[in-house]
Unconditional design. Structure first.
Lengths: 192, 176
């Protein structure tokens, strides 16, 4: 049990997808203007990454590896991810039209979020079992959500403060996220 | 080779069927009145009403949180059409409507900065950098987004000129 908790912690904090592996920066910059939509985006991506991690594990171990088709890995994974994202979009449009409006174009763009494909591929290269890859996907997604929410909170505070004109807008956001990345580097000293 | 083609085909077909079934079960019925009102709006999403776009404005008009007169580009014609459709009482006195207007570029003032072309929601403004811009009348919806961004105040709203395509026979003067 503690093994899984450690895996969850280490993927969410120590090997954070956004701030340590630099995957999924597009939504991290794009949808982090308000905490609400950042949380929604984070949860939608969590759903997609967890499902995609499980589905890609099953595809790899039950279809691609037995047939010797590992060279089709990226193609099939993208196919599955696209389908999962379409499904998520339908669910969100049904469950929460407000969130659907707030996420806008970034919702279908989860397909091209490299964190999703990255987690699926890293999963395979680390040769986890099915449950472990689900935990790995969920932990990475939780790290993504955590960073999205923290960063959106910071950006909301920055939006209210007086920023020098040269830094206003995207530049101060990049400075902020780089400081956040430095802070997350502190977790690499965590002894787990 | 065969295994690769077959497995991808089967995978794609299965995913397609799953998504199709999911689409059937998760279909969203939008309010049909909102869709009809949205059809009546100019559709250029200019944002003059204060809502993010025509879809937001249509929803607000239908649920009653905004008056029928909310759309400046639509003018009195749209306001009365909306009021008739939704059965609202209408007060047109606050509306300044001197007929449809289109944007026009004053050539002597235009410096060719392209700012107006960037904000135009319908791409009605043509012209390259440092060249005098022009407005395509067929594409302009009169949303006035370009007017505030012009640094030299070269964009003016002019009444829509009467052309062969737009001319309509005037109504006969009322007989007393």
């Amino acid at each position: 049990m503690s093994e899984y908790i450690l895996l969850l912690l280490s993927t969410a904090l120590v090997n954070n997808v956004v701030l340590v592996k630099f995957l999924g920066l597009c939504p991290a910059m794009g949808v982090s203007k308000s905490v609400d939509s950042a949380l929604g985006m984070g949860l939608a991506t969590t759903f997609v990454i967890t499902l995609a991690a499980g589905a890609s594990w099953m595809l790899e171990n039950w279809l691609l590896a037995p047939l010797g088709l590992s060279y089709l890995r990226i193609l099939t994974f993208i196919l599955v991810i696209a389908a999962v994202v379409q499904f998520t979009e339908m669910v969100i449009r049904k469950m929460s039209p407000g969130l659907y409006q707030a996420l806008g174009i970034y919702l279908p763009l989860i397909t091209t979020n490299c964190a999703v494909l990255g987690v699926a591929l890293l999963n395979i290269s680390q040769q986890f079992g099915l449950f472990k890859s689900l935990v790995y996907g969920f932990g990475s997604a939780m790290g993504f959500t955590l960073v999205m929410v923290i960063f959106a909170g910071l950006r909301e505070r920055v939006a209210l403060s007086r920023v020098p004109q040269a830094f206003d807008g995207a530049p101060i956001a990049f400075v902020t996220i780089s400081l956040l990345a430095l802070a997350f580097m502190g977790f690499s000293g965590l002894n787990i | 080779m065969l295994a690769a083609v077959l497995s991808l085909t089967v995978l794609g077909a299965v995913l397609g069927v799953v998504l199709g079934v999911a689409n059937r079960f998760l279909q969203v019925e939008g309010n049909p009145v909102v869709d009809e009102v949205l059809e009546m709006m100019p559709g250029s999403n200019c944002g003059q009403c204060g809502f993010p776009g025509c879809a937001g404005a249509a929803a607000a008009v239908v649920d009653g949180s905004a008056p029928a007169t909310l759309c400046p580009p639509g003018g009195k014609a749209l306001a009365s059409a909306l009021a008739a459709k939704l059965g609202l009482s209408l007060d047109l006195s606050g509306m300044d409507d001197s007929g449809p207007k289109l944007a026009a570029v004053a050539e002597e003032l235009c410096i060719g900065c392209c700012r107006c072309a960037k904000v135009c929601p319908t791409d009605a403004i043509v012209g390259a950098a440092r060249q005098i811009h022009n407005v395509l009348r067929e594409a302009c919806t009169g949303c006035e987004s370009c007017v505030p961004v012009c640094p030299t105040e070269a964009l003016l709203m002019k009444p829509m000129p009467v052309t062969l395509q737009h001319w309509v026979m005037p109504r006969p003067a009322a007989v007393a």
